[in-house]
Structure formats: C-alpha cells, structure tokens
Design a protein around this ligand. Sequence first.
Ligand code: 1PW
Length: 215
Amino acid sequence: MADSENQKFCLQEVLDSFKSCLSPEKEIYIEHYVYGWRGLVKLLNSLGSLFGFISKDAVSKTQILMNFLKSENGPHYATVQSMVKFELDNKLVDVDKKGIYPESGCRTLLRLHRALRWLQLFLERLRTSKEDEKTSVMCRDAYNESLAQHHPWLIRKSAGVAFYSLPVRPAFFEVMNVGTHEQVVDVLGKAVPLLCEVYEITEELYQKHNLLDLP
Ligand code: 1PW
C-alpha cells in the first residue's frame, strides 16, 4: 500500500525531514515540517489503538497545513515566517477568541509546535535513560512538563492511559528502526538538538507576534 502513514516508522527519516525544514536563513519550510510530522504519525500508528486519537489529531492538523500549501495562496505558506505575515496582514487569524477562522494556519501550527516540545523532552529522556527505565514514565513526565497544560482533563486522562501501553525501552528502541541501541542513542543525539532549534525559532516568532495563546 502506497499510503505513507501505513509504512514503518524510521527515526532517521523524521530527522532528515526536520533537517530539511530549516532554510539557510533559518526559516522553517512548512512542507518539510509536515513531512516530519507524517513520519511521527507512523510512530504513533505503530504504538497501537490507544494512540489512535493522538495520531488522528496530528493527521488532521498536517492535512490543514497541506491544504493551505496546495491552495491558491500556497506560496504564502511556504515557510512559517511567510504564513504568519500573510495571515496577520490579511486578518486571517482569530486572535482572542474563536471566530470565523477556527482553522487558521497559525493556530494549527501552534498545536503541532506545542506537541513538538513534548516530543523533544520525551526523546531527550529516552536518549539519556538507563536500560530499566520506564518509557511510560518518561513520556508522562515530558507530557506533564509541556503539552498537558494546554489540554483539558479528558485528553490528559486518555493520554495517560495511552502512555501506560508504551512498549518497554528495548522494544521501543527497536521501533525506532535505526539499528543497534547505540545507533538509536546516536541518532537521538542528533535529532533532539534539531527539534529544539526548530522549536525555538517558532517560539520566538510566535512570541514576537503575540501568537502563543491563539484559541
Ligand atoms: C510516543 C511519542 C509521540 C509523540 C507525538 C506527539 C503527538 C502530540 C499530539 C497530541 C494530541 C492529543 C489529542 C488531541 C488534542 C487536541 O485537542 C489538541 N491537539 C494537540 C496537538 O495538542 C489541541 O487541538 P485543538 O483541539 O485546539 O484543535
């Protein structure tokens, strides 16, 4: 089946997408950002049905961004920077409360941006963890430190249940699909700073334009 979401997750592929995300001027290409997320969706899909609601939301958010990219306004959505300028200049963002643009590019990307922080914290914990540490605890701690504060009770509960079902550390390393455990740690060592850089650039841009609390 050609559907990329049904293919096997590979950490290297996600790393490559987020690497291609950054232009020499440190602008973020939305297309590659979306590819990075589509790679992560493969990971979520391989983690079982309890991760289905998480994967579904990530798919729907990436689809919204892809639709903008393919629309007649596509060129304005080439980078996160150009999208922010275009949507703000043309008043296409609900800034204070939900209104006529509930699915603007800016608010959609903000959701993925917050989730990227979770992923970054989780992968860093995984990288530095010891053999017998629990992936569920690493994932939960990373979530509580980041994304949880943006989620209502029901989602926090469902996420907590899903985390319990995560494979144990050695099995999780196999899922990463980049070779030996040493190689996984090595790739994680490259992936985490990269995710961090993409996150920081977006955070700074959103902060500058007062977009960090978009409804
Ligand atoms: C094993 C590690 C995997 C890390 C992948 C991180 C994926 C994060 C997606 C979390 C989605 C949780 C369920 C959906 C919640 C939405 O309500 C929420 N979306 C996000 C991305 O936080 C907010 O979007 P909304 O409802 O304001 O459109």
